[in-house]
Every structure is written in structure tokens, then in C-alpha cells.
Design a protein around this ligand. Structure first.
Ligand code: URA
Length: 453
């Protein structure tokens, strides 16, 4: 037990740009968890961190203290094959749903802890909740049993793993202190490290549909995540990936799960979604030390997808987490009662699809939450018939809205139409902007912009 301190001294020091020691940060988190530091005091400290930042040593200490607030999973016998992926969240980002079974089919064990959606970014837990019966609240024993028997497991944050992050994140959400790089780094990594993987691939989104829209900010976050993860002995690599348009065709919970299932089935898939899923899975194999390079990993991933092995793993995962495999096989997920097709009012090329505008439409349909207490309608969403760069003729379907009712159908259609610009030319954007690996990590060397994928 560390000696008692006066939290006001720590708040003042951080306010004035000073540094907290690891022992002070340990004490702070531990005292907050037992009620010795109030929400008011913690909020003041979090705001001081937002304004003043943290050193790497402070970020490591905060991450460690939040991990220590709960249990840490270990998986003897398989831990050298464990790997996970984390995305900072985007519009239509359903990669995890296909990637976890794909990585398992390629020989990894994926203990994945996912989050719920907030604001314009969806959450994997909400998407999975659209599978009838699927349970994500698993205790540690069940989490491990599913991981060992299936090869992957997809759970939500529980009171057991990094509980301090759960409480602090709720406070941040209520006090305008989410947007802080050191707090984001320690929040993401405390959960991920507590769940026990040895390797971690980070998908840091950049662009209008991303949490951090600017490239410099996203890069700084990616670098900090890799540096801090490395301090915990985790092999980590971060990809800065494009979120200046929605990923794939679907935005909305059921629709995104269907799109992920279709990829696993080998049905024609959106190129950006399929490619990102493959690359990030290959990166997991490299990061976990199961392949020497992406070039070596890619055929393993392609085979796991093409042979149907990844779909088999997904079906097993759904069964192991109490979901309906029959619903997966029949693509029988919740469906919205009303569909409205928005057509192109001119021919040409889709020059732009504004991800934030479409995410706002889906939020207003009831497909996301503005506040953590909001309930979600899993069935509503948008299916994009045309992505950026695709040609359209006048009258072609651009988008299909899946609506709960016709109450605001016209206004939502008009907003959807306004989010898509048709013109004459499209400037291709790279799917992967940069790859940031730990200094000196050879598989990633020279692997930065505009990869020949
Ligand atoms: N996601 C998290 O888990 N934590 C943050 O602080 C931000 C995004």
C-alpha cells in the first residue's frame, strides 16, 4: 500500500504542467477506486491532463495502475499465439467481426475485448448484439474456455478487467475529457493488455469519419500507443487507415454483421473492407511472430478465408457465445420494416461520400447512441450501393435506407443524398496511410505510405 497523499497537490502539480510519479499515479487510481478520491477531484485531474498532457512514464504508470485495478488474463500453453486488434473506431467499421475468426482460422488465438458505440462510431459489441442470443458478457472462465475451444472470443469489458478504466471513462464521457491522447492511450491499452494478448495491431483511423480527424494527431496517437504497449512487452504495430469515407457498404448494426458474414462466406465484398480485414489479419500473424513478413502472412490469410475455415470458426464462435448459428446461416438478423432507395440524380462518378453525415443519419434513425444510456435499434442502417470512385448512371440506386418507420423518411433521404457528391473524377485515396512499428522492428521497415497491396 502506498502512503496516503493529498490529491489536491497532485491536481495542482498537473495543472501547473508538472509530472506525477508512478507511485502517485498508483495511489490516485487505487484511492479513486475505493472512494478516497471523489469524482470531482478525479475530474479536475483529468482536465489538467487534457490541458497539460502526460509523459510516456506517466502514461505507462496510468496504464499499469488501471490494469492493476482488476485481473489480468494469462493463457498458459497458447499465449505465444495470442494476438488482438483494436480500432479507434470509424463509420461502417465491421472489421473485427470478420477478422477475429479469420485470424483464428489462420492459427492465432484472439482474446478480443470490444466496446459499445458512442456518437458517430459504432461499437463491435452493439453489432454482435444483433445476432439473436449472442452473449458478450462472459466471466473470465468462460472467456478462456471459448478462446481455447474456438480460437477466438469476443467479449465486453467486465468488472474484472481494468475496472478503473470503466469508471474513469464514464467520468470522462460526462465531463468533456475524452479527447486527451494520454488518457486515450492508457484507456485502450489497459483493457487490451488485461485481456492477455502478446501481440496487438492498432488500426488508428484518419479522416472525417474518425475520432481524430487530422493525420498528425492520429500519427501522434499511434506512436504513443506503440511506445506504451512496447513497455508492457506487447509486440505492437499501428496502421493509420483511411476513414474519409465509410468502410464497405453497410452502416448500422445488423447490416454490418451481414456484410462481415458475406465476406467470410466468400460472397463479393467491398474491396476496402475485404482488403483492410486481410491486411490487419496478416499484420496480426507478423506481430505475433507467426510469419516473417506480410508477404508471407497474406497467403495464409487468403487460404483461411477462401477455404471456408474462417466461416467455420465464426459459426463455432456464435454457438460458443450462445448465439443462433441458424440465424447466421440464413442471414436472419433483425430487419427494418421499411426500405427507401435513394437514386442518383445525375450520372458520373461518386466523388465523395461523407462518412460523418451518413453516421449522423444512422444515429437519427436510432442505429447508434449519442449518450451511453441510449438504446439502439439493431435493424436500422444504410446500405451504400455505390462507393467512392464508382460510376453511376442517372436513376441508379445509390443508397438503401433501412428505417423503423416512415416518420422522417423524406428528410433522412434528402440528407443521405446530400452526403454523396457525384462528379466527373475521383482522386484515389490510399486505404493505408502509414504503418508505425516499434523502432527497429524489421518486418515493418520501409512500410509506410501507399503500399503496393
Ligand atoms: N476508446 C477507449 O477505449 N478509450 C478512450 O479513451 C477512447 C476510445
Amino acid at each position: 500500500m502506498t502512503p496516503p497523499r493529498d490529491v489536491r497537490d497532485l491536481i495542482r502539480r498537473k495543472r501547473d504542467g508538472g509530472e506525477l510519479s508512478a507511485a502517485e499515479i498508483d495511489w490516485l487510481v487505487e484511492a479513486y477506486m475505493r472512494g478516497g478520491v471523489s469524482d470531482h477531484q478525479m475530474t479536475a485531474l483529468l482536465m489538467a491532463v487534457c490541458c497539460r498532457g502526460m509523459t510516456d512514464a506517466e502514461m505507462v504508470a496510468l496504464t499499469r495502475a488501471m490494469i492493476a485495478s482488476g485481473e489480468t488474463m494469462r493463457f498458459p500453453g497458447i499465449d505465444d499465439r495470442t494476438a488482438d486488434k483494436h480500432s479507434t473506431g470509424g463509420v461502417g467499421d465491421k472489421v473485427s467481426i470478420a477478422l477475429a475468426p479469420l485470424a483464428a482460422a489462420a492459427g492465432l488465438y484472439v482474446p478480443m475485448l470490444s466496446g459499445r458505440g458512442l456518437g458517430h462510431t459504432g461499437g463491435t459489441l452493439d453489432k454482435l448484439a444483433s445476432i439473436p442470443g449472442f452473449r458478450t458478457q462472459l466471466d473470465a472462465a468462460e472467456f478462456e474456455r471459448v478462446l481455447r475451444s474456438v480460437g477466438c472470443v469476443m467479449g465486453g469489458q467486465s468488472a474484472a478487467l481494468a475496472p478503473a478504466d470503466g469508471f474513469i471513462y464514464a467520468l470522462r464521457d460526462a465531463t468533456g475529457t475524452v479527447e486527451s491522447r494520454p488518457l486515450i492511450v492508457s484507456s485502450i491499452l489497459s483493457k487490451k493488455i488485461a485481456a492477455g494478448p502478446r501481440a496487438l495491431v492498432l488500426d488508428v483511423k484518419v479522416g472525417r469519419g474518425a475520432f481524430l480527424q487530422g493525420r498528425d494527431e492520429a500519427r501522434a496517437l499511434a506512436e504513443a500507443l506503440v511506445r506504451v504497449a512496447t513497455q508492457f512487452g506487447l509486440r505492437a504495430v499501428a496502421f493509420l487507415t483511411d476513414m474519409d469515407a465509410p468502410l464497405g457498404h453497410a452502416i448500422g448494426n445488423s447490416l454490418e454483421v451481414l456484410e462481415a458474414i458475406d465476406l467470410l462466406r466468400g460472397a463479393p465484398a467491398a474491396a476496402d473492407f475485404a482488403e483492410l480485414t486481410r491486411v490487419l489479419t496478416a499484420a496480426m500473424l507478423v506481430t505475433a511472430g507467426r510469419a516473417a513478413s506480410l508477404a508471407e502472412a497474406r497467403p495464409v490469410v487468403d487460404d483461411a478465408l477462401g477455404s471456408g475455415a474462417a466461416l467455420d470458426v465464426f459459426r463455432k464462435l456464435v454457438a460458443a457465445q450462445h448465439g443462433s448459428v441458424d440465424a447466421i446461416d440464413r442471414r436472419a438478423l433483425p430487419q427494418a420494416p421499411l426500405r427507401v432507395v435513394v437514386t442518383a440524380d445525375a450520372g458520373g462518378v461518386v466523388e465523395d461520400v461523407n462518412p460523418m453525415a451518413l453516421a449522423e443519419v444512422v444515429l437519427d434513425m436510432g442505429g447508434g447512441r449519442r449518450d451511453m444510456t441510449d438504446t439502439i435499434d439493431p435493424a436500422v442502417g444504410i446500405w451504400l450501393h455505390r462507393q467512392r470512385g464508382e460510376a453511376v448512371a442517372k436513376g441508379d440506386p445509390l443508397v438503401e435506407l433501412h428505417l423503423a418507420s416512415d416518420t422522417h423518411a423524406e428528410a433522412l433521404s434528402a440528407r443521405t443524398r446530400g452526403a454523396i457528391r457525384i462528379g466527373t473524377a475521383h482522386r484515389a485515396t490510399p486505404l493505408i496511410h502509414e504503418v508505425i512499428g516499434p523502432a527497429g522492428d524489421t518486418p515493418w521497415m520501409g512500410w509506410n505510405t501507399r503500399l503496393p497491396l
